[in-house]
Design a protein around this ligand. Structure first.
Ligand SMILES: Cc1cc2nc3c(=O)[nH]c(=O)nc-3n(C[C@H](O)[C@H](O)[C@H](O)COP(=O)(O)OP(=O)(O)OC[C@H]3O[C@@H](n4cnc5c(N)ncnc54)[C@H](O)[C@@H]3O)c2cc1C
Length: 421
């Protein structure tokens, strides 16, 4: 962290606060303290595992503003009508009952010299180890004509909850034969197959409710995750409905007009009824504030997820620049377990196992038509490196596709139990 005026003032103020101590939350005397910022796939898992495995030897505080976390995973299935919004909402009561101090507030600053986190409510949390898993924020100005104040007119639905409900309501209100547009993000971004699973689920919804509707995807990329599987599925289940405009045809040259509900792709303006803008992404802002990012993401050491900038600050999940893993909930959960083991070892001397990571991303294309891609990874000096992988094949029979979907249902139950207890 460079010591500029802001940092100096922040450091001095935080040190004074610690000395004066009235609003420092007193953690158990003498025990090492871990603060986790962000109660999603990475943070909730890390908090739970450190508390559980240290059996009370470490004080763990989880800072998360929302009282109900809606998983982005399966939020597309909610758009498609396969899930209710309540199916993807999870609360923090069981984590709290298991010994984690859950604080529903925003972390608004990190002082790495004083080793404190400041909350929007005014409290200051001291830490010995700090874990950041804040997910994503959007890159300002990434899509011409769109900013966060326009998210009601053109939702991103890339943080689940009210945005997912809004997009679903907009789908339901689309006029007969209307047009749905998606502005897809550039790499790297949260959940590589996510936009294309969403297109599948929107198409499924339209086939059932508005079969003459059209879907346009403006994409800055020349190809995307599981591309041949999705395109095979769109041709099979939704023929003629989806028009994907990739980089070659100007899919990255896009602007939107939220007032007039138009999308201009490579100079051609189209009136649309619903427009799902998924902008370019970066690490959640608190990682910037902590001074552990380099560009849009936070570089980390693969062996334990500690940041390159500070050995006592760890970054998990989407916010991390870690190497070969995709930005997925499965990946964040896997990284959290490696990090929890390392943090516990550093604070209590317990055995630290070599880091191993895995990921699978399932996508639903149509009823009982699930596909998957996955890999295992190991920690090298340089990065989390892919060891081997697998992917569904085109032309698979319907029994295998149904089994793949059922596997994803089992995974969802497993990971949410792993996160929330
Ligand atoms: C449409 C869609 C579909 C997806 N499908 C899948 C899938 O099928 N499988 C899969 O594995 N992944 C999927 N993902 C990706 C997955 O949701 C993310 O990769 C995962 O949630 C990342 O975990 P995280 O811990 O990094 O961030 P998150 O899970 O987003 O958690 C971040 C948390 O930090 C909190 N936070 C942020 N800033 C602060 C702050 N300053 N103070 C306190 N708290 C803060 C937020 O409120 C949030 O709860 C999907 C994503 C999308 C958008």
């Amino acid at each position: 962290m460079t010591l500029d005026r802001r940092t100096f003032l922040g450091t001095t103020a935080a040190a004074a606060t610690v000395l004066a101590a009235p609003n420092v939350l007193a953690q158990g005397a003498g025990k090492p303290r871990v603060v986790v910022i962000g109660g999603g796939a990475g943070g909730a898992t890390a908090a739970r595992y450190i508390a559980k495995d240290s059996d009370g030897a470490i004080d763990v505080t989880l800072v998360e503003p929302t009282r109900t976390y809606f998983t982005c995973f399966f939020s597309n299935l909610y758009l498609g009508g396969f899930k209710e919004i309540s199916d993807i909402g999870h609360t923090y009561g069981t984590i709290a009952a298991s010994g984690v101090n859950v604080i529903h507030d925003w972390a608004v600053d990190v002082d790495r010299d004083a080793k404190t986190v400041t909350l929007a409510g005014g409290a200051t949390l001291p830490y010995d180890k700090l874990i950041l898993s804040p997910g994503i924020d959007f890159v300002d100005g990434a899509v011409e004509g769109w900013d966060i104040s326009a998210q009601n007119a053109m939702p991103h639905a890339y943080k689940a909850g009210s945005q997912s409900e809004l997009l679903r309501a907009q789908l339901e209100a689309m006029p007969e034969g209307g047009t749905f547009a998606m502005v897809a993000p550039p790499n790297p971004y949260r959940c590589p197959p996510g936009p294309y699973e969403r297109i599948s689920m929107v198409a499924h919804f339209m086939k059932e409710n508005n079969p003459t509707a059209k879907i346009i995807v403006a994409d800055p990329k020349p190809k995307f995750s599981k591309m041949s599987l999705f395109q095979e599925g769109w041709n099979k289940h939704y023929p003629g409905m989806v028009d994907w405009i990739g980089e070659e045809f100007g899919g990255g040259n896009v602007s939107v007009d939220t007032a007039n509900m138009t999308v201009t792709i490579d100079g051609e303006e189209t009136s649309v009824d619903v427009c799902n803008v998924i902008p370019a992404q970066k690490a959640g802002r608190i990682a910037d504030m902590a001074g552990v990012t380099d560009g849009n993401w936070a570089p980390v050491n693969a062996a334990d997820m500690s940041t390159k900038a500070d050995a006592d600050v760890y970054v998990l999940g989407d916010a991390a620049a870690q190497g070969d893993m995709p930005k997925s909930g499965f990946a964040a959960n896997s990284q959290a377990k490696v990090c929890a083991n390392a943090v516990r070892g550093a604070l209590t001397g317990s055995k630290v196992f070599p880091a191993k990571f895995s990921n699978t991303c399932w996508s639903l294309i149509a009823t009982d038509d699930g596909v998957k891609v996955g890999a295992t990874y190991e920690a090298t000096e340089e990065k989390i490196a892919k060891v081997d992988g697998f992917i569904s094949e085109t032309g698979e029979d319907s029994a295998l596709r149904k089994a793949t979907y059922e596997e994803s249902e089992g995974w969802y139950t497993g990971i949410t139990t792993d996160m929330f207890g």
